[in-house]
Ligand binder design. Structure first.
Ligand code: NDP
Length: 295
């Protein structure tokens, strides 16, 4: 073993002690678990949401049993669809921090409809159904899932770049996309799938853009499979009926290899890896229990 190898072997490979992180939509679900995982390893994590009450409940509930004495969850209200709101968030964080080590663009919405798959339909019925869609749904989803991460990333760029100057690691961005952006076979509504495909492309394009401009910030993405959460109504019967019309069990569509729905910690572990691995650039990692293998 070389000296370099020995040094490496002795390291904690997921050392985020002292990091400053920002997780949008970190008050619930996947975002909260990611925030918790980093705080449990010693990071100070700003969790954002549009709802102050959710953040208060979350930090009260999760704040005390943190495993690491230096870990912290700090609530901050922010609507990622508003540039003013994003600017206020960055200003607030900049007053306290000289760098941000990690930004997780996790905030996302889906406006699932209960008539995603109706079987065979006449051309006219389908045309009418599609044309009758509310364009505001498309706007809302795109503004939250794609345009939001774009502007939040832009606003945090100087603080993320500062991390690369002051630490042994680069600042990094993780965009939470979805397998819905990779496979067409997810039963989600088209507008959501399109937005998540765009999130994946945004990841690659931002990574290339930063490389071209010599900005030391890595950008990667995680594409979760199916997870019970607020957005998916906790895998409720109602959700199953609307999203899994063939009566499959939640998370087990066509029997995925993992044979269970995802757990939020599955995504949190992947986030720790992508944040710490200094060799991951512009990638999308599917954490889906093997869903893409069989769908
Ligand atoms: P949740 O609904 O629990 O989390 C979404 C979070 O985003 C909420 O905390 C919500 O808080 C926040 N949010 C929504 N809109 C905005 C906004 N405009 N500004 C700021 N925050 C906002 O669902 P999940 O944990 O499931 O979703 C997290 C991410 O994972 C999403 O991007 C989702 O698309 C993705 N995903 C989820 C999958 C699943 O099966 N659950 C599968 C694949 C991807 P508030 O309303 O208070 O603002």
């Amino acid at each position: 073993m070389t000296t370099e190898n020995a040094k490496f072997a002795a390291q904690n490979l997921f050392d985020v002690d002292g990091w400053v992180c920002v997780v949008t939509g970190g008050g619930t679900g996947i975002g909260l678990m990611i925030a918790q995982a980093f705080a449990n390893n010693g990071a100070k994590v700003y969790i954002t949401s549009r709802r102050q009450d959710v953040l208060e409940k979350t930090t009260k509930h999760w704040g005390s049993p943190l495993i690491h004495p230096r870990g912290k969850l700090i609530p901050a209200v922010c609507d990622v669809t508003s540039k003013d709101s994003i600017r206020r968030l960055v200003d607030e964080i900049e007053r306290n921090e000289s760098q941000v080590d990690l930004l997780v663009n996790n905030a996302g919405i889906s406006k699932a409809t209960s008539d995603v798959e109706k079987g065979e339909q006449s051309v006219n019925a389908l045309a009418e159904e599609l044309f009758n869609e509310d364009p505001n749904h498309w706007d809302d989803i795109y503004r939250t899932n794609v345009i939001g991460p774009f502007f939040v990333s832009a606003a945090f760029l100087p603080l993320l770049h500062a991390a690369s100057k002051k630490s042994h690691h680069t600042g990094s961005i993780i965009n939470i996309s979805s397998i819905s952006g990779i496979t067409r076979n997810t039963q989600h509504h088209i507008n959501y799938n399109v937005s998540k495909a765009a999130t994946i492309h945004l990841t690659t394009l931002l990574a290339q853009e930063f490389r071209r401009k010599a900005v030391q910030v890595r950008v990667n993405s995680i594409a979760p499979g199916i997870f019970p959460s607020e957005m998916t109504a906790g895998g409720s019967d109602e959700y199953n009926k609307s999203q899994l019309p063939h009566g499959e069990e939640f998370g087990k569509k066509k029997g995925i290899p993992a044979d269970r729905p995802g757990r939020e910690e599955d995504v949190a572990q992947a986030a720790l890896m992508l944040a710490c691995n200094q060799y991951a650039y512009g990638q999308t990692l599917a954490i889906d229990g093997g869903y893409l293998l069989v769908n």
